[in-house]
Design a protein around this ligand. Structure first.
Ligand SMILES: NC(=O)C1=CN([C@@H]2O[C@H](COP(=O)(O)OP(=O)(O)OC[C@H]3O[C@@H](n4cnc5c(N)ncnc54)[C@H](OP(=O)(O)O)[C@@H]3O)[C@@H](O)[C@H]2O)C=CC1
Ligand SMILES: N[C@@H](CC=O)C(=O)O
Length: 396
């Protein structure tokens, strides 16, 4: 039996869905000989942890209670200290995460799952890796931090394993798994190609579930502002949809891919087209005001661009291009009959050109956003690292 102690950072749309999946997949995991033991959960202000992380875990009904607390917009701080959990806040949180990782470092190690949208988790992630832990990310920000921090996060292999899994990072005791298209196996595919000596020279794709959905729905006649609001409700957008509409979320995905291809670049070297003016940015107006008053002001301009593309027989797609030193993201007119033009809804498509795939690209397509798809992808990543937890003393 592999017993994997999980500490979840972020209990929003994706984090809660992950906890629901962990619970509903118990019978399946039991057949597979895996036990996922949730030992701690935190949000931006608080953390609940099990007192004895070496042997115990939260009961499933307590995990559901935590999900309910967050769905209702309440805080874990409302939970009083009980025998079931300890509650931490402020700076205690980081210290407690390290305590947990340290306690587990002499046995199985901790699996730290980052389902936050914070750029501040990178320090903790690196420290957990230094404590022989594993890291699974839904959060893209740590991997798009300056190279100095990125290198620390991705380049600290410990004990090598003998089997090749196809993920280069999995050849070490430290596992680092992440995604660029919700649950799509883009990173795994690229890693397989690179490690088998098939150099990739061009990636082009539509990497935003939100922007894919927005473009195809506006084409269908709905106002831009209404569609963005639906995308937020459907769980496609980032916590602040301006991250999607301003192109930064796609730029982060592009950077993750570009760095994987070996390009030593920073986020600010990517050319990014924003769909809203700077005066509507987070530095200038709060999110609520943007959603209520800013968005409708953008309807006409987007509609006109879509109509202009249609008059040329084309459609608009928000495209990511990585080719040699070029890395850019922005709106492009594309033919309706192309892989990009045929995209509908929140699907992503990624076309990869390499030595072997030089005339016809290798194409990966599928749902690119949504709490459910993303949580399933995170869960699959956790299961991918189960072998590292198989021989721990605490394994049943
Ligand atoms: N939805 C999707 O389709 C996809 C999402 N992702 C990524 O998944 C991540 C989560 O997205 P989503 O669930 O929609 O976001 P939400 O805003 O719904 O949830 C974010 C959670 O993170 C918590 N949080 C914020 N800062 C910290 C911190 N420093 N430490 C611990 N927790 C923190 C928030 O706390 P609080 O509740 O207190 O605000 C909240 O619980 C994002 O990084 C997103 O980019 C990736 C692929 C697809
Ligand atoms: N907001 C993102 C979610 C996945 O990364 C998107 O719309 O693609």
């Amino acid at each position: 039996m592999a017993s994997i102690p999980l500490l979840l950072m972020g209990c929003g749309g994706v984090g809660r869905q992950l906890l629901h999946h962990v619970i509903s997949c118990r019978p399946l995991h039991s057949q597979q000989g895996v036990r996922l033991r949730v030992v701690g959960v935190c949000d931006s202000k608080s953390m609940v942890a099990i007192p004895d992380v070496l042997t115990s875990e939260f009961r499933d009904d307590f995990l559901l209670q935590l999900c309910e607390i967050k769905s209702n917009g309440s805080s874990f701080l409302d939970l009083t200290k009980t025998g079931e959990c300890q509650v931490y806040s402020g700076e205690e949180i980081g210290r407690k995460v390290i305590d947990v990782a340290t306690a587990l470092s002499s046995s199985s190690g901790l699996a730290l799952i980052d389902c936050s949208a914070s750029s501040e988790t990178i320090g903790l992630l690196s420290q957990v890796i230094n404590l022989d832990g594993c890291v699974v990310l839904a959060n893209k920000k740590p991997l798009t931090s300056p190279l100095e921090y990125y290198d620390k996060l991705v380049s600290q292999p410990r004990r090598l394993r003998h089997e090749s899994t196809g993920y280069p990072f999995l050849n070490a005791h430290v596992a680092l798994l992440y995604k660029v298209g919700a649950g799509l196996p883009v990173i795994a595919t690229i890693n397989r190609m690179l490690s088998s000596g098939d150099p990739i020279n061009r990636i082009i794709g539509s990497l935003s579930g939100t922007l894919g959905y927005v473009m195809s729905e506006v084409e269908g006649g709905r106002p831009f502002s209404e569609v963005v609001t639906s995308a937020k409700k459907l769980g496609f957008t980032e916590p602040d949809p301006r991250d999607d509409l301003g192109g930064m979320d796609v730029a982060r995905k592009a950077l993750i891919l570009a760095r994987l291809l070996g390009h030593r670049i920073e986020l600010d070297s990517i050319k990014v087209e924003s769909l809203y003016p700077e005066k509507m940015g987070p530095a200038n107006i709060p999110l609520d005001e943007f959603l209520a008053n800013g968005l409708p002001l953008l309807d006409e301009a987007i509609q006109k661009r879509i109509e202009s593309a249609a008059s040329n027989g084309n459609v608009l797609r928000y495209v990511c291009l990585i080719e040699e030193s070029r890395c850019e993201v922005g709106l492009q007119e594309v033919s309706k009959d192309s892989a990009l033009g045929r995209l509908q809804g929140s699907d992503n498509v990624v076309e990869i050109y390499s030595r072997c795939y030089s005339k016809q690209p290798l194409v990966i397509q599928g749902a690119g956003a949504g709490n459910d798809t993303t949580a399933v992808g995170v869960l699959a990543d956790i299961l991918d690292i189960q072998d590292m937890f198989r021989h721990s003393p605490s394994a049943a």
